[in-house]
Design a protein around this ligand. Structure first.
Ligand code: MOS
Length: 745
């Protein structure tokens, strides 16, 4: 931390933990160590489905440094693995998902079938190939495109319908299908757990998680422990994008091994295992039908979707939900079914559901605009609504029009060719595209401990995690603004389940939820300070708190700030070492519940498509967000940039490739699963409306993480169409889909 900044007040715009992170001082889960630590590595299946008839672990056990090989035949009983709810102890609930090391069943390719524990990571890893499984294989299905065609394979349809039907004349309609492959999160930090049984019934975990409290609760309920006996530490998280929103098999496996060996065990997934063991964005098929009248009013929207799940769990997300409320439309039907495959279970991935749904909806609206000969931005404005047509509540705020105005101007929308494929520069076809993103803005409950010490320092604590967006920074800023005191005197501590309960970091809800609690905690401290001033400072005697302010580390009289007492002096005068409180902030108030809240984004891109080989270059991006008040400009901008990078990957290269004859993932590496390169990221203007949404919460801030990505892939697809006249509805958009022959290397 730069000490020159110590006295800078709240507009200071550095990450408070930035220096620690870039200098390696900040520790991530796998970087922790404990005395007598053992190292564990998963052995995974190389069939997609079947039974293990026999698992020969003798050779692996004989390898140097190997302490144990744990598998179904020697795995100690786990209370939460019991499927019998009558026999299960009261404080135990059944482990959700795949029960690792539990039985001889193989449910997907790459499933853990054994855990090698050794005195070093290298020794554990070296023994992996000496574990010999003897399989009895079963037939399986991993082919989504094939399996979805048989309606008998689909399950759990969710249907929605509103409206009495179309009464006006349809001038144009679009009816199109969209396909998105499996995408994986690929965070920098590997999934990892260190488990240590401090006592027979007391567990310490270092775990890569987006929710220390949720991991604590899952582990306690799986192993039959009181929650207070499980401590989960996740001080720093190196990216997750949703992949650490639940506890995967590494968590119970590390706990089981640590118990069996009676020593702490570290289990870190390998990079290839990150492709199969921590969830993924499910593969999806969508069909969108939009009808409009000649003026462009949407007369009906029908949105259908299928996404895959595993055979052993249902995973569903809000794919079709965007079509219910983003635009004014009387007649809307949606249908969404699941397709179980012999794969592991999917999970939320940045912009879950909406990112998938918006790709289809926002592409279809673009198609419709050409049929109607109406500018795509004008078409969206035509169907703009301030009332959510699904629940009929007013949006707490909706500044999409301001986003359109800014983006249109900055990207140079006036240069967009009206007829696709007609603008050429130096052998490249140029196109402009835009699309909208939307995500729910929530406010949940959180508790914050606030400690103001008589040295003038302020400490705030909450068990939430920071997977990278900069929660530590934004919470510090909210406190600095509420307290009107310098950032350098404030510390926000998170990432430890022993701290007051906070939410999992997910669904773009942290700033609103925890920020509201921080704001309330600071205001409560200010109230206490005012009361102390009235009681102990003679110059405030007989006054009431409403006449006073707390700012610049002083209690002051509003009408005459020369009448003041500094906080340190006041606490000393009151003979108080500190003010130490735990403040609970609950969800939305009845007043806030009169509104429906969303964050919105509008993305604008300029692309060039090579007229010879179909190579796509993103030339320029303007990405705009309506997320209420921007707490921390630098971290907020970084969220938008991350969404742009993720969106470019989603649009142009990301696809998990499966070999359907074996069920194996064929590109489980950064070398073969293509994320954008630095050189592919263009000049990007990230802009926010930055208007506080005071109907939403007292701090006026909504989430950014999801809207940064949602809609972006559609903006690119729309720009590619504008450049080439080729509409690609199946991601990723590769030159072959544009009709170009790919040259042999
Ligand atoms: Mo996000 S998909 O809610 O981590």
């Amino acid at each position: 931390m730069n000490t020159n900044n110590m006295n800078t007040i709240f507009w200071e715009d550095e990450r408070v933990d930035g220096a620690d992170k870039v200098t390696g001082k900040a520790k991530y889960t796998a970087e922790h160590s404990l005395p007598n630590l053992a190292y564990a590595v998963f052995v995974t299946s190389n069939i997609a489905k079947g039974n293990i008839k026999n698992l020969d672990v003798s050779k692996a056990l004989a390898m140097p440094g190997v302490l144990d090989v744990i598998y179904y035949a020697n795995c100690p009983a786990v209370p939460g693995y019991s499927t019998n709810s009558v026999e299960r102890p009261k404080n135990v609930s059944e482990w959700r998902g795949h029960k690792v090391l539990y039985d001889n069943k193989v449910r997907f390719f790459g499933q853990p079938i054994a855990l090698i524990v050794a005195d070093s990571f290298e020794n554990a890893n070296a023994a992996v190939r000496f574990v010999k499984p003897d399989y009895e294989t079963e037939s399986f299905e991993t082919n989504f495109d094939k399996a979805r065609l048989d309606a008998a394979n689909l399950k759990s349809p969710f249907n929605y319908k509103r409206g009495a039907g179309i009464t006006k004349t349809i001038a144009a309609n679009v009816d199109a299908e969209f396909n998105i492959p499996i995408e994986v999160h690929n965070p920098m930090e590997l999934q990892a757990t260190i488990a240590y049984w401090e006592a027979e019934d007391k567990l310490l975990l270092y775990d890569k998680t987006q929710g220390p409290k949720s991991t604590q609760s899952v582990v306690a309920r799986t192993f039959g422990l009181p929650e207070k006996n499980v401590r989960v530490i996740a001080e720093n998280v190196g990216g997750a994008f949703g992949s650490s929103l639940r506890s995967w098999s590494n968590v119970p496996a590390a706990c089981i091994a640590a118990k069996k060996l009676n020593r702490p065990v570290k289990l870190v997934l390998t990079r290839p295992q990150m492709f199969s063991l921590i969830g993924y964005r499910p593969q999806s098929w969508q069909k969108v039908n939009i009808a409009a009248d000649a003026e462009g009013n949407f007369l009906s929207i029908n949105h259908e979707a299928i996404s895959n799940t595993s055979r052993y769990e249902d995973f569903r997300e809000g794919i079709v939900d965007v079509s219910k409320f983003l635009y004014a439309c009387d007649n809307v039907t949606t249908k969404y079914s699941l397709l179980p495959l012999d794969l592991s279970t999917p999970i939320w991935m940045r912009g879950p559901g909406e990112a998938t749904g918006c790709f289809a909806l926002e592409s279809a609206i673009d198609e419709l605009s050409y049929k109607l000969k109406i500018d795509p931005i004008a078409l969206r404005i035509k169907n703009f609504t301030t009332i959510n047509p699904e629940n009929k509540l007013p949006f707490s705020d909706n500044n999409l029009k301001a986003c359109y105005d800014y983006g249109k101007e900055k990207i140079g929308w006036k240069n967009r060719p009206i007829v696709p494929g007609t603008l050429k520069e130096n052998g490249w076809l140029i196109g402009y595209g835009m699309a909208v993103g939307v995500f729910g803005a929530g406010k949940g409950s959180a508790s914050v401990r606030v400690v103001l010490s008589n040295d003038g320092k302020l400490l705030l604590e909450c068990a939430v995690s920071d997977m990278g967006p900069g929660t530590t920074t934004s919470m510090t800023k909210i406190a600095a603004e509420a307290m009107q005191m310098p950032i350098g005197k404030i510390k926000f501590k998170l990432g430890d389940s022993d701290l007051p309960p906070g939410p999992s970091q997910g669904g773009s809800g942290t700033t609103s939820t925890v920020g509201s609690a921080v704001d309330l905690a600071c205001k409560t401290v200010q109230q206490k300070l005012k009361e102390l001033a009235i009681q102990f400072a003679s110059s405030f005697a007989g006054l009431t708190a409403d006449l006073m302010d707390v700012k610049n580390e002083m209690v002051v009289l509003k009408t005459d700030t020369t009448k003041n007492i500094d906080i340190i002096g006041l606490l000393k005068l009151a003979n108080q070492e500190k003010i130490d409180l735990i403040i609970n902030s609950s969800g939305k108030t009845p007043e806030q519940l009169k509104f429906t809240s969303n964050s919105f984004s509008a993305h604008f891109v300029k692309v060039a498509v090579n007229a010879k080989d179909g190579k796509i270059k993103i030339l320029e991006v303007v990405t705009t967000g309506d997320a209420g008040k921007i707490i921390s400009p630098k971290t907020a901008r970084s969220q938008m940039l991350g969404g742009v990078v993720g969106g470019i990957g989603m649009a142009l290269s990301e696809k998990l490739e499966l070999d359907h004859s074996t069920g194996q993932i064929m590109n489980a590496s950064f070398g073969a699963y293509h994320v954008p390169l630095h050189s592919q990221i263009p000049k990007t203007d990230a802009w926010f409306v930055n208007k506080p949404d005071m109907n939403m919460n007292d701090i006026g801030a909504k989430g950014i993480g999801e809207i940064a990505l949602i809609g972006f892939a559609a903006a690119i697809a729309n720009a590619v169409y504008n450049a080439t006249g080729k509409r690609v509805r199946d991601l990723p958009i590769t030159p072959d889909k544009l009709g170009f022959k790919v040259a042999k290397a």
